[in-house]
Design a protein. Structure first.
Length: 128
């Protein structure tokens, strides 16, 4: 009896399509709510540290003195708290997953540029 059950399963598998996806050959389907990965735009950041304070896994570290932003992608769960609370839209979730690499570091590090100097009240700026 057991031999016929196994033979039926084998024949069914031989003449049917594979149940797995063809991801490398065909691009994966992206759905509306796919969270992908966290992306950061340093030129929009004000170093307010809201993202760091609201991250449930403490994956984001912001240093005001050194003007640096760091994210540990192995700790990040892409919950979107930092994206929702960022006042300058410096963070957003990309719908695509990160591409695989052989030696990808787990942490992403950015230096945040200094804000442009404010114009003086007289309307003229000092020239060097």
């Amino acid at each position: 009896m057991g031999v016929f059950t196994i033979a039926k399963t084998i024949t069914g598998n031989l003449f049917s399509r594979p149940p797995t996806s063809r991801y490398p050959a065909e691009p994966a389907k992206r759905f509306d709510l796919t969270r992908g990965h966290l992306a950061f735009e340093p030129e929009n950041c004000r170093v307010c540290r809201v993202c760091m304070l609201r991250c449930p896994t403490q994956a984001i570290v912001v240093d005001r003195e050194k003007r640096t932003w760091e994210c540990d992608h192995f700790r990040c769960i892409t919950c979107g708290n930092c994206v929702e609370l960022c006042p300058t839209d410096a963070l957003h979730l990309e719908p695509a997953y990160r591409s695989p690499e052989a030696d990808r570091p787990g942490k992403e590090f950015h230096e945040i540029p200094a804000p442009p100097p404010k114009a003086e009240a007289g309307g003229e700026t000092a020239e060097a």
